[in-house]
Design a protein around this ligand. Sequence first.
Ligand SMILES: [Cu+2]
Length: 488
Amino acid sequence: MLNRRGVLAAGGLAAGVFGVPQLLAPSEGHEDSTHGEHKPATFQESKAFSGPRPEIVPWTRPMPVPPVLKPLVSTPKQEIYQLSIERTTAEILPGLQSPVMGFGGQFIGPTIKAKTGRKTLIMFQNRMDEAANVHLHGGHVPPEHDGHPKDLIEPNRTRLYLYPNTQQGATLWYHDHSHGTEAAHVYLGLHGAYVIEDDSERGLNLPTGAYDIPIMLRDIQFDASGNIVVFDDPANRTIVLANGIPQPYFEVAARKYRFRLINTANQRVFKLKLTGDKFTRIGSDGGLLATSLEADELTLSSAERADVVVDFSKYPIGSKITLTDAVGGEILRFDVVRRATDNSRVPAALRPLPALPLSTVDREVDLFYVFKPNERPDGVINGKVFDMDRVDFTIKRGATETWLIKSSDPTGVKHNFHLHLVQFRVLERNGGPPHPGDAGLKDTIPITAGETVKVQATFTGYTGRYVYHCHFLEHSWIGMMAQLEIVP
Ligand SMILES: [Cu+2]
């Protein structure tokens, strides 16, 4: 029921899905006009819950830390894993098991820990009744292992993905990228953290081990009975989850922690704050920043990451510090419960960014909607809907290019931009300096309508086809995606 057609019939034509609630009204001849109402799709409606939805009582459940996946084989050169893709259930609302999808049968997949210089091989087994695939977001990987939308793992089949881990330490994540179903699959839980550790970070003495915690933030919508609503206006996804739980607490020691914040929401921009405190930003999408930066607020659009250090040592035992979002309110509460020794530190200088080579090619990328009477809009890049058989940009391997990424969207809807394979640097935003959130090595950036962002990337490594797209997944789903081919 979650294939493209099913989703459209069930509610995808409600324009709100795409973030444009007023511009597309249902009309005669409409695919779903016979329903007589905009009924959002709920997951597994045949087994739908009835009765009142369980109440969320804030700060009554601990935030889980996803377990680290154990390799089947581990040598200094490579680690081999096996991981299933399956339908399962999860207790997101208290006392209610909601049908979801999960890697390893978990609503949020296990964390995969890799190491720079050591390969990771993962045999993914699709135990679902529909095709899926896996993209390592932010990973520098060969094209056949990138989870291209056309490379699917059919039901009851397996596929081996090789991740070379030749890049520096970074907070990446893995998620479904199957064309036409990625938005539903990721929304239903097919995502997890992938952390590349890097020996060269050791000398910095940042918090590690139990004090280095991935936190995946996302939103979700339930109906009045507790069924997950898959396709509706994203503004109705008012429940924010931290590692899969709404408003959990997390007990911390009075010392420094490294939190790897990952926005795994389908389409959302978080504006995060800590009550009475600041974040010390140390890392971005592609790894450590050149210098640590103090920040009162963090802006993270879908798929962006921020590594931050928070120092709880100044707080008395019993203190409670809350992570808040400008729209979603209170998300997560840190409870300081014990003292601990702490030899970690946050040096001002972290890791120099690679020098910017001379760019030889200029390109322009424009993301926007195209409206059609009585139909869902198309999401387009440079005027074209995604076609996986069409190559939009041909790039010489090793070339350094400057891309002007903009959105001339007439609706004013927010978008963002994700480039596969390589990390880029933001040179300018709206003709001026980059925003603080643009610092460091980036693979995803927010683009509000009317904005222009100039970025530079060097396409090293592999030849072959990769995609770039809006990472608001209901937008890429309707075509806001394009393809590049790297040639020798
Ligand atoms: Cu978009």
